[in-house]
Each structure stands twice: as C-alpha cells, then as structure tokens.
Design a binder for this molecule. Structure first.
Ligand code: FUL
Length: 442
C-alpha cells in the first residue's frame, strides 16, 4: 500500500479542512470490515418458505448437528470479519429463549428446549475474533400485539434490549424495513426513534443498518451491487426505513446529503435468503462472487453475503466450495502490492479547478491488473471524476480506466500492460482531492 498521499498533499496544500459530513468512529470501524456474512436461519429453513406466516410450529425447528463454530470457520476462511444472524425473521420465531414470547427455541425439540443459537454463535464469534451482529425484524407475524401501535413498539424495544444485553458486544444491528399488516389488518407504525435509542444505550459501538441509516444504508437492490457513482452521503431527515421508490438514490447516495452514510450491499449466495435443498445446485460460482465483490466492495460499499445454514444446522458443502474458490480468487488478485515499491510524486493543486495528479514510478516494469484507491474520508468524500493512465514504451500516456467517485474505496480491474509508471488524474473534485491509499496489484 502506498499510504503517501495525505502527507504529500498536505505538504503541498497546507492544512486542510473537513469537507461535508465525515464518518463517526463506529462507522469507520465498520467500514474497515469490508465484507461480512449474513445468515438466514429459522423455521423457514424447515418449511422452505421465504416469509413464514407466524403460525409455524416450533416443533419443526430441530437442527440436530448445529455447530456455530463451523459457521465461524467458514466465514473466517472466506475473509469475512463479522456475522449477522436473523435472530428473528418476519415469522416471529426467536432463535434465543426470549422471556417475552413462547414462540422461540424454548418450545423446540432442539437441545431439549434449552438451546440458544445467539448464545452459541456469539461465543463462537468471540472465540475467533469475529464480529457478532443481529437482524431483528420489527415485522412480526406471530405476535398478537403487532399492529397495536405503542404496545407493540414497547414489546419490540424490550425484545431488542434483551438481545443487545445478553450476548456481549454486537457490531451491527440490522433493521428490516418490511412492514406488513397485523392479524386484524392494522399496520404497525414503528417507533424508530425509540428503537435507535435502545441500540445506542445498550451497544453504543454498534452500527445500525436500515434502508436509511442512521449509520449504514441499504444499497437499493438485493443483488449486492453498488453504483458506479457512490456518495457516502444522505440527508436522513428526508428518508425513513422501509421507504419505497427511492432505491436509485439509496444506491448512488445524495452528493449533497448532510449525513455520512455508507452503503451496505446485501445478496444471497443462493437464489433465496433461506436454505432449501432445491437450490443447492444454484449456489453462486466463485467467478460470480468475485464480480459481486468488485461491484460492491470495489465501489465503496461493504458486502454482506448471505450464506444460509441448512436443516442440519451447518453450512453445506456446495456453499463452502464456492466460498473457498472466491477467497482464493481474491487472494490471487491481491497477492502483492507493487504500489509500495514505487516512487510517488503528487502534484496537488491549490484550487479544485486544476486536475491533481499522483504518479507512481517503478525502476523495473510492472503489469498492474487491479488498482485500489481510497480517499482520506476523515476529511470528507470529494472526488467526482478521475482517470488512470499508464506510461507506454513510446513515452505516451495511455488510458487505463475512467471512473467517477472514489470515496471509501474504489477497486478497478485494468488490462494488464507492462509499464514503468501509472498516474491517477483527478479531473473533478468538490474540494481538493486527498487520497490515502493507492494499491497496485499485478
Ligand atoms: C428483506 C426481507 O423481507 C427478506 O426476507 C430478507 O430478510 C432480506 C435480507 O431483507 O427485506
């Protein structure tokens, strides 16, 4: 990694000021995870449904071989830094023995009714230094209070408190915006302010995900794809979780948004979110996962890849094989960063109208294949357009790539071509460009 530019640019441009919103310490910590694993698991695993009705009998939940350490091992080998589990999906079945409902593992045959998936998973995560996160669906098709307004909101807040105070540190709380009708046809108005306050009080370091923050936003699609132009900015007062018809904005961000909100790109390794036998032949291939990685992590999102656990309580062989292929393909692409061998020349500019150029020069020729850029986002996201060029044998500069935003990170695949120099030309920036990393992989 060439972590040069900030110092170089500061020297050339003097002390810089913050431009627009910047990430909080908890957002920065989360950003560094880059990729995490999602796990959908619950009664749907045993019925084959994607959305349970809330009437499923807990008697069906019996994952006889459940082993959370296996999940964590698979996640770690694939390069994930955290796991987010569906503690409760829309059907209301709780994977922990919630004292607030009978619709939980308490009523299941698994471990004689004394099992607790959150306990086992949080312990396995802690043991391996893996982040532990929870998805808790506010939509609850089982609970009779759902649709009553304040009464249900108090119930959900208490359930949240239960999950967030009994299982150690939680790195991410995932709120699904889905809001269906209650048993009597009434809709529930969620009290997001209250829910957020509970998270802040019980787990101040956890980031909160929803369609619209307050810490991380949904990327606007369930294909795990970030937008080419991606601003880590939104004006939250203009949005709310579950908002419909704004997916494009969620994908691009709002370039003038007043809050720092990075996108999380979620996608399943299989067609559905929950495991079903019939989809075991449709697990995404390593090549498909690499493409998703380039278009999510490489476009400044964090990736949340769902790997559903099967009826045994294990991650299946097909999913493991694909994840291994994915991890080794990424490792092969990022094995050596020749950026650190380069002499770096930064031509920072005093004004934003003149392009600023960062040139990397090598003594011997290199063949870059993957280039990773990062802005120093602690001072705000700035770059709007840039191009990459490489020095040809005849001394002319050839275009390698042309792109828009950089932000948290930008990974570009380029046609390998031997060269002794490449340069990054920032063509348009909202304030003076500040790169904090340039990695060049052969
Ligand atoms: C959606 C849910 O309705 C799906 O079932 C799934 O959990 C997905 C990640 O979020 O909103």
């Amino acid at each position: 990694m060439a972590a040069f530019a900030l110092a170089g640019a500061l020297a050339a441009g003097g002390v810089d000021e913050v431009f627009g919103p910047v990430p909080s310490p908890r957002q920065l910590r989360w950003q560094a995870h880059e990729q995490c694993m999602f796990i959908h698991f619950g009664v749907n695993t045993f019925t084959g449904a994607e959305w349970g009705q809330g009437k499923e009998s807990p008697a069906i939940f019996d994952p006889k071989e459940l082993d959370c350490r296996q999940w964590v091992r698979v996640a770690r080998e694939a390069g994930f830094k955290g796991i987010v589990i569906t503690a409760k999906h829309h059907d209301g079945f709780c994977l922990w023995p919630s004292p607030l409902t009978e619709h939980s593992v308490k009523a299941a045959p698994w471990r004689g009714g004394s099992g607790d998936v959150l306990r086992e998973l949080s312990a396995a995560c802690r043991e391996a230094g893996m982040g532990f996160g929870v998805y808790l669906s506010p939509w609850d098709r089982n609970n009779p209070k759902y649709g009553t307004g304040a009464e249900y909101n108090d119930y959900f807040a208490a359930q949240l408190r239960d999950v967030l105070t009994n299982y150690g540190p939680v790195f991410e709380v995932w709120f699904d915006g889905a809001c269906g009708e209650g048993p009597d046809g009434h809709r529930q108005e969620y009290d997001w302010k209250k829910f957020v306050a509970v998270v802040r009080e019980c787990q101040p370091d956890a980031v909160i995900f929803s369609d619209a923050g307050p810490d991380i936003r949904w990327v606007g699609n369930e294909r795990g794809i970030g937008c080419e132009t991606n601003w880590c900015r939104l004006t939250l007062s203009d949005l709310f979780p579950g908002i419909a018809g704004r997916n494009d904005e969620l994908c691009h961000g709002q370039c003038d948004g007043v809050d720092w909100i990075q996108a999380e790109a979620d996608v399943s390794i299989r067609p559905g979110w929950f495991w079903r036998e019939s989809e075991s032949a449709q697990v995404k291939t390593p090549a498909e996962l690499v493409r998703i990685w380039i278009e999510s992590v490489g476009r400044g999102c964090n990736l949340l890849l769902n790997v559903p656990v099967d009826r045994r309580g294990l991650i299946g062989d097909a999913d493991i094989a694909s994840l291994r292929g994915f991890a080794s393909a990424i490792a092969a692409r990022t094995v050596r960063d020749v950026g650190s061998d380069a002499e770096v020349v930064v031509t920072a500019t005093e004004t934003i109208d003149t392009p600023s150029t960062t040139e990397l020069r090598w003594k011997a020729s290199v063949s870059p294949r993957l280039i990773r850029l990062e802005e120093f986002v602690q001072l705000g996201q700035r770059v709007e357009a840039f191009r990459l060029e490489s020095l040809a044998a005849d001394g002319s500069w050839r275009k390698l790539a042309h792109a828009t935003t950089i932000g948290v990170r930008r990974i570009l695949e380029v046609e390998p071509m031997p060269t002794r120099a490449i340069r990054i030309i920032v063509e348009k920036s909202r304030a003076r460009a500040r790169l904090s990393r340039v990695s060049v992989y052969e």
